[in-house]
Design a protein around this ligand. Structure first.
Ligand code: FEO
Ligand code: CA
Ligand code: CA
Length: 692
């Protein structure tokens, strides 16, 4: 069912050098900034469960309690019966599609019997007064009213009193991140050494977030944008944000433009995110280091080292924004970088509300933030810090979510992410240490990579739990706090999300080619491969099924790569029956509890894709590829509704040497048109449920 294609590139994670440069400021080409000497240790047990709330038209209504048991430590692969489907011998309900073969087609390839449409493209006008897209005459003003560049995270929120989950004609509210800009593919004749002010300002306007109402066609899963709707909104790199939580007003956040340290202009590099049970969206500010110039020239060593711990480096930046706004130059505004690298919360139903930077969730390269609730209503947010050898975090709110629909209830819920405890993860393996030799061979004791973990508290409100650091310092320099308490260095922790069926939590660890390199952390049981090109998916279960627990058990659910390679593992499922998968990045779940994974980079020669995999029942670990994206693109923001799959096609055509004049992709509109990052909807031609 699969055929492997020739290996194409050698950039880490299979990305083009252009993607590395524009997206993450060549994060994989410089020394990983975690040079701390902390090592591995750990502890205890658990089970699984959960409950998840569903959104209802902006306020919160029903809570869906879900079934499912099975202790992570006890059940062997395949021994847990799924709450939904998984009849023996048949694919899990929700995964009964013919897998897409690995391929390099310059299009979105979907399974047989499925259809697709482009929902919205970079530059489509969404606000009143915004002009039609004309890339040759683009202006910052036009871009401020148009859909931004490089859509990543997506959220679909219900409108008109319906849940919008079933497709059809109902309107929904689409929220999208715009992670970064690729000027070479946006501007004809772009001169990277001498960008114009207008180009910089277009870049500011093309970053950020979009909120746009979308409408379904009556007899398909197609969606289209509703321009000029009163809820449509753009948030950009210059939109005022309110800083909230325990570090608001901290001396580390003050600048000459904002001596109070409470108002920041804009958000940058929003990668993935989450949708809260109280009807807001969360957005992770990720590779923000690349926007700030002149770290190398900072004389104050303590300050420079703190910047370097966050990967800031060098002199000029790629986009040269420091030439047009002093705040992007750390010699002129030393603390401006501290004002990025947060989780931001947006209330998309309130277009006049200020978006907020939530300092209680710590500052690092936030990939995503998907909350869940404890049984008694505390919000728990798992978070990955996406850089080599960085950490996994968890925030537990001190307040409980109110389930009422009054304005007061909503205002209360908007404070949930401002008070609580921030934790970092430490994982310990339980197999003989000499068997974790970096080869990826399963240890002999229990034939899987597994062990125990604990959540180490870093700060609670204004109280620091880290010796030698104030609470402010813990929030603003969270990586340093993780170093001090000996958190486990992971292989690039990305999206983390709990299964609504079992309560088990899944974290994508995308890759880490430096694992085991000279002078770097060696393999451990949770990160067991040296030179890890393909990544792994960690599964963990909180003790007593309590998301607020301090202890958990974990195991690797997938060790990704070519299933023919002995260092791969697919939840115990026969490896000759799975799709190859490389560099897992985003995670989400369908209504049946299947895990869906999108990939970023592919070291197996195929284009990136979206994959589904059962996590319980006899098909546990059977990875099936659902779609692939065009040349140079990454699959992001997956949403799997009952009758519709939505993906972000990010950075299509981003191949080394490609320009506007000589594009590497013709997607989505064919030759002679600009390559445009876009959102795509996929549905079953016969109107049936996805994958069933
Ligand atoms: Fe923007 Fe970690 O991917
Ligand atoms: Ca083990
Ligand atoms: Ca990502």
């Amino acid at each position: 069912m699969r055929k492997l294609l020739p290996i194409l590139g050698s950039h880490p994670g299979g990305r083009s050098a252009m993607t590395c440069r524009y997206r993450c400021g060549d994060a994989c080409f410089h020394e990983a900034p975690n040079t701390s000497g902390n090592e591995y240790a750990g502890d205890i047990i658990a089970g699984a469960l959960s409950r998840r709330t569903m959104l209802r038209a902006g306020a919160v209504a029903g809570v869906v309690a879900v079934a499912g048991t099975g202790a992570c430590s006890g059940d062997s692969a395949g021994a847990v019966t799924a709450g939904a489907g998984s009849a023996k011998g048949k694919p899990a309900k929700g995964l009964r599609f013919t897998p897409v073969e690995p391929n390099t087609a310059d299009k979105v390839t979907v399974p047989e019997g499925y259809k697709q449409n482009v929902v919205i493209r970079w530059g489509e006008p969404i606000l009143r007064g915004a002009p039609a897209f004309d890339p040759k005459k683009q202006t910052a003003k036009a871009q401020e009213g148009q859909f931004g560049y490089n859509n990543d995270f997506l959220s679909l929120l219900p409108l008109d009193g319906g849940d919008g989950e079933r497709g059809g004609a109902r309107r929904q509210l689409l929220v999208a991140n715009h992670e970064y800009t690729d000027e070479v593919l946006m501007f004809a004749g772009y001169d990277a050494d001498d960008p114009t002010r207008e180009q910089a300002e277009i870049g500011w306007a093309a970053h950020g977030l979009s909120v746009v109402v979308v409408e379904g066609e009556s007899k398909s899963g197609a969606l289209k944008a509703v321009p000029r709707h009163r809820l449509n909104r753009r948030v950009t790199a210059t939109t005022p944000f309110e800083v909230t939580g325990p570090a608001a007003g901290s001396r580390w956040l003050r600048t000459s433009a904002d001596p109070e340290g409470r108002t920041v202009l804009g958000t940058l590099n929003n990668c993935a995110g989450g949708t809260t049970p109280w009807g807001t969206t969360l957005h992770g500010e990720e590779n923000v280091d690349q926007y700030f110039a002149n770290t190398e020239k900072v004389k104050d060593e303590k300050h420079r080292k703190r910047l370097e711990r966050y990967a800031l480096k060098g002199t000029d930046t790629e986009r040269k924004w420091e030439r047009f706004d002093d705040r992007f130059d750390v010699l002129k505004e030393p603390y401006e970088p501290h004002r990025f690298g947060w989780v931001v919360e947006l209330d998309p139903y309130d277009p006049d509300s200020a978006p907020r930077k939530r300092t209680a969730l710590g500052r690092f390269k936030h990939e995503a933030a998907q909350p869940r609730l404890t049984r008694d209503g505390h919000a728990v947010v798992y978070m990955g810090d996406d850089e080599r050898f960085e950490y996994l975090y968890k925030f537990v709110s001190s307040k409980r979510m109110r389930r009422g629909e009054s304005r007061a209830d909503h205002e209360h819920n908007l404070t949930l992410l401002d008070e609580g405890t921030l934790y970092v993860a430490k994982l310990t393996g339980d197999s003989p240490a000499d068997e974790i030799d970096g080869s990826g061979e399963l240890p002999s004791d229990d034939k899987e990579f597994d062990g125990r973990g604990k959540w180490i508290p870093l700060a609670t409100g204004d109280r620091s739990h880290v010796e030698g650091m104030t609470a402010d310092e813990v929030y603003v320099f969270t990586r340093v706090a993780g170093d001090k308490v000996g958190a486990t260095k992971m292989d690039r922790p990305e999206d983390v999300e709990a299964s609504p069926r079992t309560g088990r939590v899944y974290a994508a660890l995308t890759n880490n080619t430096d694992r085991g390199a000279s002078g770097k952390a060696g393999p451990d049981e949770a990160n067991p491969r040296k030179g890890n090109k393909h990544g792994q998916v960690l599964e963990f279960a909180e003790k007593d099924d309590d998301p607020a627990a301090r202890r958990f058990t974990w195991r690797l659910f997938l060790v990704c790569g070519d299933p023919d390679d002995p260092d791969t593992y697919f939840g115990g499922f026969p490896k000759d029956q799975v799709s190859p998968i490389s560099c897992p990045d985003n995670v989400t779940f369908d209504a049946y509890g299947n895990l869906w994974l999108s990939t970023d980079g592919n070291e197996l020669g195929s284009h990136d894709g979206l994959f589904g995999v059962a996590t319980t029942g006899p098909r546990r670990g059977e990875v099936r590829q659902f779609l692939t994206v065009p040349t140079g693109a990454e699959t992001c923001g997956p949403i799997v509704q009952e009758r519709r799959v939505l993906v972000s096609v990010q950075h299509p055509g981003e191949v080394d040497g490609a320009t506007v004049e000589e594009p590497a992709s013709q997607w989505p509109d064919g030759p002679d048109e600009y390559v445009r990052p876009s959102v795509v909807s996929v549905w079953r031609a016969d109107g049936g449920n996805i994958g069933v």
